[in-house]
Design a binder for this molecule. Sequence first.
Ligand SMILES: N[C@@H](CCC(=O)N[C@@H](CS)C(=O)NCC(=O)O)C(=O)O
Length: 288
Amino acid sequence: MTDDYTPPKVWSQKGQNGGQFASINKPTAGAQFDRDLPVGRHPLQLYSLATPNGQKVTIMLEELLEAGHDAEYDAWLIRIGDGDQFGSGFVAANPNSKIPAMMDHSVTPPRRVFESGSILVYLAEKFGAFLPADPTARTEAMNWLFWQMGSAPFLGGGFGHFYAYAPVKIEYAIDRYTMEAKRQLDVLNRHLADNRFMAGDEYSIADMAIWPWYGQVVAGKLYGDAATFLDADIYANVRRWHDEIAVRPAVQRGIMVNKTSGDPSQQLWERHDASDFQTRTQDKIGTQ
Ligand SMILES: N[C@@H](CCC(=O)N[C@@H](CS)C(=O)NCC(=O)O)C(=O)O
């Protein structure tokens, strides 16, 4: 890889580029092998991994349960590093081969829901929760939800990729995406100066979508030392908002679901029952 690359007339894949996730990157879509998805006993079946996009949905499901809604679910692990997202069953649930994907078996035939933002809206409408009823606040929640869906690829796929994952550190790419990540953090910081939550006083799916990305990066939970590199202390309002949400019991459970790295006591690879948080975390499974 050099810095004097001249693109050929027609691009072609030259094999592995050595980067993290290189083995799962292909320029084509569609199933690569036959594999049905497992189905558990609950109406909602989630197929995911505890990346920020996955955590949005498990936080929402745990918040719904915490609030007394009948949102019981099975969460199955999709190991994207192993290519599980290219199995035929997963591709039928999400033709885009990305976690999270959900199937709602409470309707016939079962309904697929993919794209984390779509899943959040689907669940909010299904249970009538975490999307404000007031039209102005509801619109504001949707504004920020869609802001997140459009913005986070610059934080994750742009900044996170080139700062933490790329096999070579390319100053141009890191500069470009750091600039944008910091601009986005400043957008949030200014908004949260006058608002307790993203849509005002009410905690909503907009917070659940934004927190796993921007909240966790400011709190030093994403991309190694990125919080220092981004000088995250200057985003004090984002930090205040992060800290308030981080102590919610549903958030603490939600971020554990489908987690396969870090402290074993915080990893719940699959979630099929509320009691799993007490009995099935990796520290306990490992000793059984
Ligand atoms: N816009 C999608 C993005 C989902 C996404 O990028 N998922 C990543 C993990 S965070 C994934 O499944 N990557 C696997 C792959 O690219 O093959 C959403 O919000 O659901």
